[in-house]
Design a protein around this ligand. Structure first.
Ligand code: 5AD
Ligand code: SF4
Length: 440
């Protein structure tokens, strides 16, 4: 067996794609290694959503060049969104990269690798064409170990938010068939995965025949052996009452919604081409909270979009304070060549962007802490993922249904599965629990 090493940047869909590629390569004789130094093939799966993500990859490629000069037979490939957006730049600036392959071309990888094998490893190949039909429907990815597995239900995006590169590098929105998704989920259940995270850029526009995402998620939740189902991401213009009801009613569907708002200013929302108003968003949040008790609500926000003045920014701050999200992922606007927003002149300086980002993060941290402190004394069920990240002895971590991380002590490793813990302490990003009893 040859050895392949993956490094993955960006969103959960990219992480799923790396597993998909690992599955494709398994059938051509590659096994995965976690050591770049001992690999025959290094694959960097890349993200183009912000400039920073791309800069990191260029830096990382320079570091990998050293490995390649020690072992010229080592093959380095760039996958993902940068392969589509920057294939020429990569081949000019990083000529030691052997190939670039885009998100819709992964089926061709075995052929590309065998071509490279025939020509020696000094050629540079590229296959990075957007294919508006590819969904990798029947393929079974080499899912990484754990209790939880990602499953893509659709690919691409049709929304063309004015700042976003995704529709250009991942193509049009298309759904995978329910039958293929359920097959993958059944296999995962048989392999002892307990939680499924359904992925799509905008899952709310999922469709297969007459079925929509609410129908799909109920079917996934009904698969024997699956005990939790979550999903990402929802677009506020499309999140349906039918889906809200499914979350409220089905005990297996987690009370966890990721609902990117992006801005609290109607003027900016319009320029972002988001197709909803601040009022619509706030009403939607109200409906969600009325229907789903104790829901975990998370959002994405961009600060420093062109034209965002102090008043617009304060509208975002006000919305964040008003909604009291459980967590917000806040980003500085990063212009992406080819997107509509680049025709707007940037008006917010880098210093001001940093200031707005810091300030909003601070506000959100206080809200998160307040919401977490309110959980002290409550008993919650968590799905144990393994030792806690900071790996103190006898310390383990898991997640609540609302996607909050809980750290707890246990004398022996809890068998991966569900445990009940009483929350005894809370920090902004972590809850601390005391074990009640093991459900297994
Ligand atoms: N600049 C900054 N943030 C962006 N996002 C998408 N495009 C950009 C950009 N050009 C953010 C959005 C999206 C998240 C995945 O990344 O908030 O929801
Ligand atoms: Fe980008 Fe908007 Fe599509 Fe999300 S919904 S991937 S932000 S274009």
């Amino acid at each position: 067996m040859k050895k392949v090493y993956f490094e993955t940047y960006g969103c959960q869909m990219n992480k799923y794609d790396s597993e998909l590629v690992a599955g494709i390569l398994k059938s051509s004789g590659y096994e995965e290694t976690h050591e770049a130094a001992e690999s025959d093939l290094i694959l960097i799966n890349t993200c183009s959503v912000r400039e920073h993500a791309e800069t990191r990859v260029f830096g990382r490629l320079d570091a990998l060049r050293a490995l390649k000069s020690q072992r010229p037979e080592l093959i380095i490939g760039v996958l993902g969104c940068m392969a589509v957006r920057l294939k020429e730049t990569i081949s000019e600036r990083k000529p030691f990269v052997n190939f670039t392959v885009g998100p819709d071309n992964y089926r061709a990888l075995p052929e590309i690798l065998s071509k490279l094998g025939r020509n020696g490893s000094d050629g540079s190949l590229s296959l990075a064409d957007v294919d508006n039909y590819e969904v990798y429907g029947e393929l079974f990815p080499a899912h990484s170990d754990g209790v939880s597995a990602w499953v893509a239900v659709m690919r691409g995006c049709n929304n063309f938010c004015s700042y976003c590169i995704v529709p250009y590098v991942r193509g049009r929105e298309r759904s995978r068939r329910i039958s293929d998704i359920i097959n993958e989920v059944k296999k995962l259940a048989a392999l002892n995965y307990r939680e499924i995270i359904l992925l799509g850029q905008n899952v709310n526009s999922y469709q297969d025949g007459g079925a929509d995402f609410a129908d799909l998620i109920r079917k996934v939740a009904d698969v024997d052996g699956i005990e939790r189902v979550r999903f990402a991401t929802s677009h506020p213009k499309d999140l349906s009452i039918k889906l809200i009801k499914a979350i409220a009613e089905h005990p297996i569907i987690c009370k966890h919604i990721h609902l990117p708002v992006q801005s609290g200013s109607d003027k900016i929302l319009k320029q972002m081409n988001r197709n909803y108003s601040r009022r619509h968003y706030l009403e939607l949040v109200q409906t969600i909270r009325e229907q789903i008790s104790d829901v975990g609500l998370y959002t994405d926000i961009i600060v420093g979009f062109p034209g965002e003045n102090e008043h617009d920014y304060q509208n975002t701050v006000d919305l964040v304070k008003n909604v009291e999200f459980d967590g917000s992922f806040i980003f500085k606007y990063s212009p992406r060549e080819g997107t509509a927003a680049t025709k707007f002149t940037e008006t917010v300086s880098e210093t001001e962007k940093v200031e707005r980002l810091k300030n909003l993060n601070k506000i959100q941290d206080q809200i998160t802490l307040k919401r977490n402190l309110a959980l002290i004394g409550k008993t919650v069920t968590i799905l144990v993922e393994g030792p806690s990240k900071k790996a103190k002895p006898n310390q383990y971590m898991g997640r609540t249904e609302t996607n909050k991380i809980v750290v707890f002590n246990s004398q022996k490793p809890p068998k991966n599965g569900f445990v009940d813990v009483t929350i005894i302490d809370a920090k902004s990003h972590t809850l601390f629990g005391s074990l009640v009893h093991n459900k297994n």
